[in-house]
Design a protein around this ligand. Structure first.
Ligand code: TYD
Length: 216
């Protein structure tokens, strides 16, 4: 794949990914980098339709494997339309969630296991791996609480994307543990930001890692 740099953000709902991505995007742009910011599911016209289907709380009765297939369909589209062309153009791609999310949520949370996810990744994504993954893992209870209160706010605003957020604590525990497993398996690609450091501190840590990796 081209000369660009592929950076993904991962973590539980409510881990602060969106905030950190925005801050890093601003920092990269200030440094003169051409960036592309995208998210999964979504990020393309087709992906946004798949996202609706996946996250709408009225979608019930979605089999775990259907969910898995839709996540990868969304991803294949994003790679074709956004990620590959951007990398080929030498841009830094910041992506909010990627295959690690599928391994954590469908593999761990839904208990489909890692193997099926990694095999689908080979087929559907041609094995395209991020150059660097920032995994935000604040304290488990704190992220769960943040996710729930955000969800309540969204409901009041009429947004209805809470199919995942209504999952129980055991589900999120499995997601959390799977993320830890991934990080232990791929310590070079995946950098964990743990604990409840302040937003500005975590940003500084992220900048340091990104600076170092981009410089290589
Ligand atoms: P989103 O609103 O993007 O959540 P967040 O802001 O927390 O990233 O919703 C994405 C939801 O979809 C989130 O609960 C995680 C889930 N998801 C999966 O289960 N598998 C996947 O492969 C991806 C990309 C997301």
């Amino acid at each position: 794949m081209g000369r660009g740099f592929f950076l993904t953000f991962e973590g539980l709902d409510g881990a602060g990914k969106t905030t950190q991505m925005k801050k890093l995007a601003a920092w990269l742009e200030a440094g003169g980098h051409a960036i592309t910011v995208t998210r999964q599911p979504g990020g393309t016209a087709i992906g946004d339709r798949i996202r609706q289907l996946l996250l709408d709380s009225r979608t019930d009765n979605l089999a775990a494997r259907t969910e898995l297939g839709l996540m990868f369909s969304d991803r294949a589209q994003a790679i074709a339309e956004v990620i590959s062309p951007s990398l080929q153009a030498g841009r830094v791609v910041l992506c909010d969630r990627y295959t690690d999310s599928t391994e954590a949520y469908q593999g761990g949370g839904r208990q489909l296991g890692s193997e099926v996810v990694l095999r689908m990744h080979e087929v559907m994504c041609g094995g395209l791996q991020p150059d660097l993954t920032i995994l935000l893992l604040p304290d488990f209870d704190a992220s769960l609480m943040r996710a729930r209160s955000r969800n309540d706010r969204m409901k009041k605003n009429g947004a209805d994307e809470n199919r995942f957020e209504r999952e129980n604590e055991a589900f999120y525990r499995r997601v959390y543990n799977k993320y830890r497993e991934i990080a232990a398996r791929e310590p070079t690609r995946v950098v964990i930001m743990e604990g409840d450091a302040r937003i500005a501190e975590i940003h500084q840590l992220i900048v340091k890692v990104v600076e170092e990796r981009l410089g290589r």
